[in-house]
Design a protein around this ligand. Structure first.
Ligand code: DX5
Ligand code: ZN
Length: 234
């Protein structure tokens, strides 16, 4: 497992990072999916945790993540779309996540939880929904390692990208400089990734645009190339 500092260097060195959203993988075959993502060269796996309360959908919890942990060395980011992330923090630590991201809408005073995550030597992430203005997160960015801008309303994969959130990426980059890892999640694909990259995003969560493709290696490579501008979007 990578420490927080190692994770931060890893993500910065590998950017643009396409992080497959495990919500869209084949749950009947997690071992095979993990192997395929490893051979595709994934730098981060994104685990969407939903509680049926903070979002209107249920997914999986730490028991599933913990069983997949020994199958790969690729770091894990748990995206907690749950109402009380502090209560469950240590279960995700024990499951072997290197990064833990929770929502400002669930924890309006996030400083102590961000500090608790950092204290455990993990990357501390804060997410905001499309309807939450950047100004609401701004006071807390210095306590974050990762800032996740949601480009769909959380709860489901396969939704349409909301371009109106892109200025939040640019605002975070302008304010926080290069140290902050900025991520975007929801509707990321060949036609939407470049505008986020141009705004300063480092990590692109991608569900449908990886798992709906026949070859994960080609899908991830094409997204990364489109983000860097070495291939034009089509
Ligand atoms: C939405 C999740 C996303 C989602 C991404 O609540 O946080 O990670 O699964 O899926 P796509 O890329 O299909 O929008
Ligand atoms: Zn997510």
């Amino acid at each position: 497992m990578l420490t927080r500092d190692e994770m931060l260097s890893h993500l910065k060195a590998k950017r643009p990072v396409v992080a497959p959203s495990m919500l869209k993988c084949d749950f009947g075959n997690l071992r095979r999916e993990t192997e395929l993502l490893d051979s595709a060269g994934s730098s981060l796996l994104h685990w969407d945790v939903m509680d049926g309360h903070f979002v209107p959908n249920l997914s999986y919890g730490p028991m599933v993540i913990e069983r997949v942990r020994p199958l790969t060395k690729t770091p894990f980011d748990a995206h907690l779309m749950i109402s009380d992330p502090a209560k469950y923090l240590d279960e995700y630590v024990k499951a072997g996540c290197e990064a833990i991201t929770f929502h400002l809408e669930a924890v309006p005073q996030p400083v102590s939880l961000l500090r608790e995550i950092r204290k455990r030597n993990l990357v501390a992430g804060l997410a905001i929904n499309p309807g939450t203005p950047f100004s609401a997160a701004e006071p807390f960015l210095r306590e974050c390692d990762l800032f996740l801008v949601m480009s769909v309303n959380p709860g489901f994969g396969g939704q349409k990208f909301m371009p109106e959130v892109v200025p939040k990426i640019a605002a975070a980059r302008a304010l926080a400089g290069n140290d902050l890892i900025i991520s975007v999640d929801g509707g990321i694909g060949r036609s939407t990734i470049k505008q986020c990259a141009d705004a300063g995003c480092d990590v692109f969560v991608a569900g449908s645009s990886v798992f709906d493709e026949p070859c994960y290696t080609a899908a991830i490579a094409e997204l990364e190339q489109t983000a860097t501008g070495s291939r034009s979007a089509c």
